[in-house]
Design a protein. Structure first.
Length: 236
């Protein structure tokens, strides 16, 4: 996502819990190793952004974890709490500390990453689905609360995104459902009208659009980038 913003002419500040991931980013980006569920670390991050940049035009809360793949009765409370703390709590803390910087400027764009799991029920994914539904509720509230200050809030709902993270999901679901990885993959893909997974670039391009002037009157919206998902897993 950072590269798409860079290509569009934005200055980029990227965060991650993985120092190796940050080290692989372009050297002209600002980089911070941050746990988005840790309020102290998030407060320091936005203090640094304010000190270096003096303000903030757009922020993307994109951090999240898949959480456990299990029947609800088999989900441990600690796993539930961890998934919500990162996936929903991280979005909340991002908005909490970004909004004062944007209020000072009288404008800004907050972009939260939800999921098609925030629009449909997902068997065996209770923590993740709950967190992603929560992200949409948070976004709707931010749009109403911050709109008078010229700040927009929107949520992107990716479908199944090609890459290592989705491969982990496919393999875990296959194990939980007694299916093969390919059967689960086909189930996801056949649930879209375009019959395919989306790419990380597809998501990034939507985020750049929502941050720009072309979306200056777009707020409070849930925007799916999912190849049109009607049934996310028809085999369930």
């Amino acid at each position: 996502m950072g590269q798409a913003f860079d290509n569009a002419g934005f200055q980029v500040w990227v965060t991650d819990v993985d120092a190796n991931t940050l080290a692989a980013c372009p050297t002209h980006w600002h980089r911070s190793e941050v746990d988005v569920s840790d309020e102290v670390q998030m407060a320091v991050l936005f203090e640094d952004i304010s000190r270096v940049w003096g303000g903030l035009d757009a922020v993307c809360a994109n951090a999240g974890i898949a959480g456990p793949t299990a029947k609800v009765e088999d989900v441990a409370l600690k796993d539930w709490n961890t998934c919500l703390a990162i996936t929903l709590g991280g979005a909340f803390l991002t908005a909490k500390y970004a909004s004062p910087l944007m209020k000072q400027a009288g404008r800004g764009a907050i972009i939260l990453t939800s999921s098609t799991a925030g629009q449909y029920g997902y068997p065996n994914r209770a923590p993740y689905a709950a967190a992603k539904w929560g992200v949409i509720g948070l976004m709707k509230t931010l749009a109403m609360e911050l709109g008078p200050f010229g700040i927009r809030a929107n949520a992107i709902c990716p479908g199944a995104v090609e890459g290592p993270r989705m491969e982990g999901v496919l393999n875990r679901e296959a194990k939980a459902k007694g299916m093969t990885r390919d059967e689960v993959y086909k189930g996801y893909a056949s649930g879209t009208s375009l019959g395919a997974f989306v790419s990380a670039e597809d998501i990034a391009n939507m985020a750049v659009f929502l941050a720009g002037e072309g979306a200056k009157m777009v707020s409070g919206q849930v925007i799916a980038v999912d190849g049109h998902t009607e049934n996310p897993d028809p085999k369930v």
